[in-house]
Design a protein around this ligand. Sequence first.
Ligand SMILES: Nc1nc2c(ncn2[C@@H]2O[C@H](COP(=O)(O)OP(=O)(O)OP(=O)(O)O)[C@@H](O)[C@H]2O)c(=O)[nH]1
Ligand SMILES: [Mg+2]
Length: 441
Amino acid sequence: MFKSGTIFSNFTPLVKSPVIGYRISGDDVLEILKKLTNKNFSKNHSRVQIIKLFKRDGSILDECSVVYFKSPKSFTGEDVCEVFLHGSPLIASQFEQTLKEFKIPGLRLAKNGEFSYRSVLNNKNSLKQAKAINQIISNDSFSSLEYNKKLLFEGDQVSGLTSLREEAVDLFSEITASIDFVDDEEFNFKKIIKKAKIFFYKCHNILQKTKNMNKEKNICKIMLIGPVNVGKSTLFNKMIDKERAIVTNIKGTTRDILSNEFIFDGRMFEVFDTAGHRDKQGKIERVGYKKAQQLSLEIDHFFILSDKYSTKKQIYSLKKDFGIKNNYTLVETKSDQYQYQSKNVKINHNLEKDSVLSRLKISLIHKKYVSYKVKKADFNDEEIDFLENILQYKHDILNESDILIIAQIMRNILDDFSYEFGYINNEDVYDRVFSNFCIGK
Ligand SMILES: Nc1nc2c(ncn2[C@@H]2O[C@H](COP(=O)(O)OP(=O)(O)OP(=O)(O)O)[C@@H](O)[C@H]2O)c(=O)[nH]1
Ligand SMILES: [Mg+2]
């Protein structure tokens, strides 16, 4: 994959937003900055500067923050600059066009993952750390997020695979020694197979224990139900901070179930907006209401919304329809319009999101249904896949009687570990043969 040349790419999506960020990495960074700003950055590194960028015709492209990181003190280890343009995709296209017009040989758009790749080549990150960056971005469980952060910030040694790698090298050393020193009694075939069994047993155990833990999203599922027109969709939109559900004063506006995830107070929720309840439901509305009922088994907690016009009978039917026991909160809406006498939670659309969520005691609800204590993970998804691959060798090794073939399979396992941790060469192996087995003192 590696090709030389200076590379650039946006590191935020190219959509209308407050900022669009670009990173440039390679030998030509200083020259590019000079051409873009008419300033020499060589003595101005690792500092944010707000500066004008110019197009080739001398007109202003943008005035924005720019940081220059001098090699080797940068993410890739090369000269790097990061440019934070105003978030217009049009400015971004002018920026790319300007870079092209510089006609700097080798200056090109980066391939996927090329910045991380260069950081590994220049020993700024291990392969594992580079992969951890991907995992941090893509995972959605707090436990694996914490693990991947640890991996990135503290290095390979915190990986749960490290001790298995050591055991694999030990085992291979012993096998190698037993081949090279056949007469030595210390090397016994049965003993080697026993050790191999223990090694695979450990892999298997880890896999069983960790697989489910990583999938646990620590997510609390809540559902908004209530008579038509009470303000379910209004609350739904407030919770997720988006105008996603249609809100009108027409009864029966919501017909299908909508769902969205949101994070509050460091806790993850999935909220469902549902079709309202009324005696004379239209056909589509009825289907929507039924769909919500079917989903109710998966729901941790219900918010039963009502307003001035809702009746006790309606609340009773809702509880019955959704099989609700104690897992609900009664919420009275539109408290800006009506005075309620009850002790139920009261909300209205003028309240800030945080205030509404606090009134609904949403953090406590999360705590009640989802164990908030983040379980400690020692492996990420990639490492779990890796262990699954390693276990495929188990049958071949344990059923083989030729030590030479076992040695070859074991070398394959070490090669697999090499992809995770960097190459394990024969020197590592011989070091152990001599130090562990006192050969040739
Ligand atoms: N004054 C006042 N009006 C509100 C409040 N919340 C919602 N509304 C209004 O009530 C009407 C119905 O709101 P929705 O959020 O669509 O109610 P819904 O429960 O989703 O209704 P359906 O989908 O038809 O079941 C809209 O006109 C809203 O603007 C509130 O707190 N105060
Ligand atoms: Mg609605």
